[in-house]
Write a protein that binds this ligand. Structure first.
Ligand SMILES: Nc1ncnc2c1ncn2[C@@H]1O[C@H](COP(=O)(O)OP(=O)(O)OP(=O)(O)O)[C@@H](O)[C@H]1O
Ligand SMILES: [Mg+2]
Length: 255
């Protein structure tokens, strides 16, 4: 609930140096968002999903984003994931300006930098676990044998080596979420973005999935952004943000 819990889940090992705090000043920002606005034109009115968001996320940070339904969480995650562009303002990922990049450049950024765990598992029911992971290789430039071996590796990394040939319907919810995480990791991204990754899981499975996300975050030095309604999930992050009405506030700045 409070300091003790939060402190217990914050890394205190040597890996801390790869997860710099704001005070260090030496960390390069992974993301820099400046005055980001996103509006959607509806029939009769305009919906403002993001309303002037200024946000910096250092490389290697683990961030939770909370907030009410319709507050703009998924919209913000789509900006971070190079899935969409803002209506105005700038979104920078490292040196890349995602707000002015063309479709092909955004696709290249997604392939190189981003792993995305979608709300719901979003697996294709007629494909096996391994085949679902392989769908991450959108183009055919990776040879088939390599796609398969990397998918097998990614499934092993999430503890599902034995389930590669199972269909999603033959897997538990937690196992399906592991497949979705393997799919997000198979391209070796630098950023992992997860939209309600534990929303449909029971508490024990939720904790298992959070353990997995936290260990890949730490082991791979990822920048990890998790959207969640669940305070127990958010408490595990280094930093907690809230977004409501398209505006971001800092709930718990990074220690
Ligand atoms: N494609 C779209 N077209 C029109 N309006 C949209 C679109 N996507 C989102 N919106 C609107 O933008 C606002 C923010 O939506 P968003 O999906 O980011 O909310 P959220 O915080 O993820 O909510 P939830 O917790 O329910 O998933 C909402 O008012 C939503 O109706
Ligand atoms: Mg959402």
């Amino acid at each position: 609930m409070t300091g003790a819990d939060a402190a217990a889940t914050h890394p205190t090992t040597a890996t801390d140096t790869t997860h710099p705090t704001t005070a260090s000043g030496g960390s390069s920002p992974m993301y820099t968002l400046t005055a980001v606005t996103k509006t959607y034109a509806q029939k009769k009115r305009t919906v403002t999903a993001l309303d002037g968001v200024d946000l910096e996320i250092p490389a290697g940070q683990m961030v939770a984003i909370q907030g009410p339904t319709g507050g703009g969480k998924s919209t913000l995650l789509q900006m971070l994931g190079a899935l969409d562009r803002p209506t105005s303002g700038t979104v920078r990922l490292g040196d890349a300006d995602l707000s002015t990049a063309g479709d092909r450049a955004l696709a290249a950024v997604r392939a190189r930098e981003i792993g995305f765990v979608f709300q719901g598992f979003n697996l294709i029911p007629t494909l096996t676990a391994a085949e679902n992971v392989e769908t991450a290789f959108a183009d055919a430039s990776t040879p088939r044998a390599e796609r398969r071996s990397r998918a097998t590796e990614a499934l092993a990394a999430v503890g599902l080596a034995e389930r590669a040939d199972h269909l999603p319907g033959e897997l538990s919810g937690g196992q399906q979420q592991r497949v979705a995480i393997a799919r997000a990791l198979v391209g070796q991204p630098t950023v992992l973005l997860a939209d309600e990754p534990t929303g449909s899981l029971d508490e024990a499975t939720r904790d298992e999935i959070m353990d997995l996300l936290e260990s890949v975050w730490r082991d791979r030095g990822l920048t990890l952004v998790i959207v969640t309604h669940d305070s127990a999930v958010a408490r595990r992050a280094q930093r907690r943000l809230r977004i409501a009405g398209g505006t971001v506030t800092e709930l718990q700045p990074a220690a």
